[in-house]
Design a protein around this ligand. Sequence first.
Ligand code: BGC
Length: 364
Amino acid sequence: MKAAAVYPHAKNLGVVQDFPEPKLESPTGVKLRILNVGVCGTDREIASFNYGLPPDGSDYLVLGHEALGEVVETGAEVSGFKPGDLAIPMVRRPCAHQECIPCQAGRPDFCVTGDYTERGIMKRHGFMTEFVVDEAYYLNALPASVRDVGVLVEPLTIAEKALLQAVEVQKRLPWDFAAHTHRAVILGAGPVGLLGAMALHNHGYEITVYSLAREPNPAADIVKAIGGKYISSQDRTVDQMAADVGAIDLVYEATGASKLAFDVLRALGPNGLYILTGVPGHHGPTEFDTDTIMRNLVLKNQCLLGTVNAGKDAFEHAVADLVSFYAKWPDAVRALITGRYAIDDFAEPILRPQGIKNIIEIAA
Ligand code: BGC
């Protein structure tokens, strides 16, 4: 079968024509026909040979970690899935160290050894191929009503894990935080930012998306369609944006641009929570007024949190939220997917990205 791969040593990308079709070998395994696979910034980093690793002994890595599949076969002990069901596979797998408490507890997204693996990213082949086999435990059921946008679940888990932690972190505040309306600023209007904006809005936040492109643009239209505000960083400086918004209770960073992220940290409001989700490349040191940042963090009880996706809880919340978004804003959710490519053309949206979310359509 075909598989879209990166060859880090040869420094090229190519379709493997004879990638072996996986067989169901475990009674708790499930075989999926892959329908769609999303392309994201992580794939771009891997395809520029700056990130990710093939499995030991392989000279290539099959890409793809944002997948939607349809069950074609289940092991004898699988009860939660049957052929025809839709499933979203998880990405991370635990490290093998007995002393890694998070991995032992089933939370490799908090792995402390760094020896976790990730499908399509770190030492495990991904989902950009025709069939995959995985343990049922790593699959999340998806209702058929959201089939055409189900590929958005994995990028949405970034926001869902962030929100789950935001609720826990803000329990530190000695009043009923959830009883009040809060203001969130989302940095970046790519898929992670827009899905984050939808999730935050769904959880009662007033949202403002702060991003580079001037209006009109399709991302700004999506923000407005869900009832948010859009501000271009070419029109308003960070301080002007902060003045427009008012005290910012939460920042959800989804750009991977560290300079902008630390610039906006200055504008965080009292008792605010600042969530970083981007993974920047190494672009060297830059200067910051660390006194101001530290004074604010202390004198305003602020909290800075980094997060990488995701556990099963975040996947379950992402499925539930996607169903809810799609019911409320069907056109806006559909508008997130702007490009569809065949597997033979997988390199195109990776090397020359345009639009919002590009996906590889492997089967209908
Ligand atoms: C993936 C995560 C992964 C992270 C770091 C992201 O693009 O969605 O699952 O942990 O990259 O490799």
